[in-house]
Design a binder for this molecule. Structure first.
Ligand SMILES: [Zn+2]
Length: 420
C-alpha cells in the first residue's frame, strides 16, 4: 500500500496515476505529496536519505548518502553568530560527507529515479545547467536506471563526471542556453518515448531536496528560525518549505517554518527583481540571456524558475515573510574564500552566493546573531574529489537548438547503439 497520496495544493483533489503533472482542474498549481504518517520517522535499518519516511519511494536497492549537518564554530565566530548550522552537500570524507558529485542535486536524482522506476517509467530525459545532469549521470550509473541528459554548451564545465563506468548519453546544445536545453530535452523525450523529468512539477524532486531540512532538525532539535539558500529554479527552496509545513503538522520541531532567505547572482537575478517589486510576475527584461554571460554561477541561470506558479517561490516567500538578496560576482568570490578559510573546505560558487547573502542579512539586521540559522551549502568539496577520486569532462554529442525531430531520432539511436 502506498504510504503517500498526491494532492492538488489549490483545489485539494487527490490525484491518481499522476506522474509529473499539474491538477487537471487547476493547471497552474503544484501538486504536493501527502504522507500517510504525519510524524517524521527515521528508520534504524536503512541508511542515508532512505532513513526518512517522507520520501515518495518504497525500497531503493542502491545507497544514497545524506547531507552533513553540523554546528559551525569557525564561520560562526567570524560572523559573531551563536547558532549557525551548516548543511554541507558534497565531499568531505573525514566529516562523513560522501556526496561525490558535490551537489545536493544528488538526492533529487536518486529519489526521482527510484520514484520513476516505481511508477513503471523505463528511463528519463533530463535538462540541466550542469550540476543536475552530473547528479543524474552518476545516479544512472549507480542505480542502473537509463537517462539522457541535455545541457547547454556554456555549462559544459560543470559537466565533469566521476571516474566510474558511465553509459549515459550526454547531449550539448551548442547554440543555446539552459532554456533551449529544456526545449530540446522535451523534444528528445517525445522522439524517444521517454518521459521528461518534469522540473518543479515532479514531487519526487522537491521532497528529495527537502531532505536537507529533515537532516537538519535531527541535529538542531528543532526547525531553524532562518534558512539560507541560493536559487536557480527555486525547486530546492520550495522543497524545504513544503517539508517545514509537514514538520509543523508533526508538531515536535516548532510551530512555524523558517523564514526563507533566498539569493541569486547579479546581474541575472529575475526572482530577486520580481520580489523587490512585490510582484508575482517575472519581468521579461530580467530574463535577458545576455545577463547570463555576466554571472559566475551558471547553475543559477534558469530562465524558467518556479516563481509565479501557485505553491512556488513567491508563495513560499510570502508565507514565511522571506527575503531575497542579489549578490555580485565579487561578493561571491569573497564569500567562497571566507568559507574555505574558516570551515576548511572549498565550496561551489552557488554556495558562495548563499554565504554572501548571510553576511548581507547580518549587516542589514535581518537576522540576530543568536538566532537559529541553517545555511545550505548546496555544493562543495570539488577540489577534494578532483584530488582523491578523479574526474573527467563529459564528451557530449553537440546539436543545434534548431535540430529537426528526425535528426534527433537518428543521432540518439546511433549514440545509444554504439554505447550499448
Ligand atoms: Zn486542483
Amino acid at each position: 500500500m502506498a504510504h503517500f497520496r498526491i494532492r492538488c495544493s489549490k483545489c485539494g483533489a487527490i490525484l491518481e496515476d499522476t506522474y509529473c503533472a499539474f491538477c487537471e482542474h487547476c493547471k497552474d498549481s503544484l501538486l504536493i505529496t501527502e504522507y500517510e504518517d504525519r510524524q517524521l520517522r527515521i528508520s534504524d535499518n536503512k541508511e542515508g536519505i532512505w532513513r526518512f519516511n517522507w520520501l515518495p519511494v518504497h525500497d531503493a536497492d542502491f545507497s544514497q548518502p545524506a547531507p552533513l549537518v553540523y554546528k559551525s564554530e569557525a564561520l560562526a565566530s567570524f560572523t559573531g553568530m551563536k547558532n549557525l548550522y551548516i548543511a554541507f552537500n558534497g565531499y568531505w570524507p573525514e566529516r562523513g560527507a560522501l556526496v561525490k558529485t558535490c551537489t545536493f542535486k544528488e538526492y533529487e536524482a536518486a529519489v526521482v529515479m527510484q520514484n520513476a522506476r516505481e511508477n513503471g517509467v523505463a528511463g528519463l530525459v533530463v535538462a540541466s545547467a550542469g550540476n543536475t545532469a552530473r547528479a543524474f549521470v552518476h545516479l544512472s550509473a549507480v542505480s542502473a536506471f537509463p537517462a539522457v541528459v541535455v545541457v547547454p554548451r556554456m555549462c559544459l564545465l560543470e559537466m565533469w563526471y566521476l571516474v566510474e563506468p558511465v553509459n549515459v548519453p550526454t547531449v550539448a546544445v551548442s547554440d543555446g542556453d539552459y532554456s533551449d536545453a529544456i526545449d530540446v530535452a522535451r523534444r528528445i523525450s517525445t522522439a524517444m518515448g521517454m518521459p521528461f523529468e518534469g522540473g518543479v512539477k515532479n514531487i519526487a524532486k522537491r521532497d528529495a531536496l527537502g531532505v536537507v531540512l529533515l537532516e537538519a532538525v535531527q541535529v538542531m532539535g528543532r526547525m531553524p528560525d532562518h534558512y539560507f539558500q541560493a536559487v536557480g529554479s527555486g525547486t530546492g527552496a520550495i522543497g524545504v518549505w513544503e517539508m517545514a509545513e509537514r514538520l509543523v503538522i508533526d508538531g515536535r520541531y516548532g510551530s512555524r517554518p523558517p523564514r526563507l532567505h533566498l539569493s541569486q547572482n547579479l546581474p541575472f537575478a529575475p526572482m530577486v527583481k520580481a520580489w523587490q517589486r512585490s510582484s508575482r510576475e517575472i519581468d521579461r527584461e530580467d530574463l535577458d540571456p545576455g545577463l547570463i554571460n555576466e554571472i559566475t554561477t551558471r547553475v543559477l541561470s534558469n530562465r524558467y524558475p518556479a516563481y509565479s506558479v501557485m505553491g512556488g517561490v513567491y508563495d513560499a516567500l510570502k508565507s514565511t515573510e522571506g527575503m531575497m538578496y542579489g549578490i555580485t560576482n565579487t561578493e561571491v568570490y569573497m564569500a567562497m574564500k571566507v568559507f574555505e578559510s574558516t570551515e576548511g573546505i572549498d565550496i561551489v560558487p552557488a554556495a558562495g552566493v548563499a554565504v554572501a547573502s548571510l553576511f548581507k542579512a547580518l549587516k542589514d539586521g535581518e537576522i540576530n546573531r543568536d538566532d537559529m540559522v541553517l545555511l545550505n551549502i548546496t555544493g562543495g568539496g570539488e577540489k577534494r574529489v578532483e584530488r582523491e577520486i578523479g574526474t573527467f569532462i563529459a564528451e557530449p554529442v553537440f546539436i543545434s537548438r534548431s535540430i529537426t525531430d528526425s535528426e534527433i531520432e537518428a543521432i540518439l539511436c546511433d549514440h545509444l547503439k554504439t554505447d550499448s
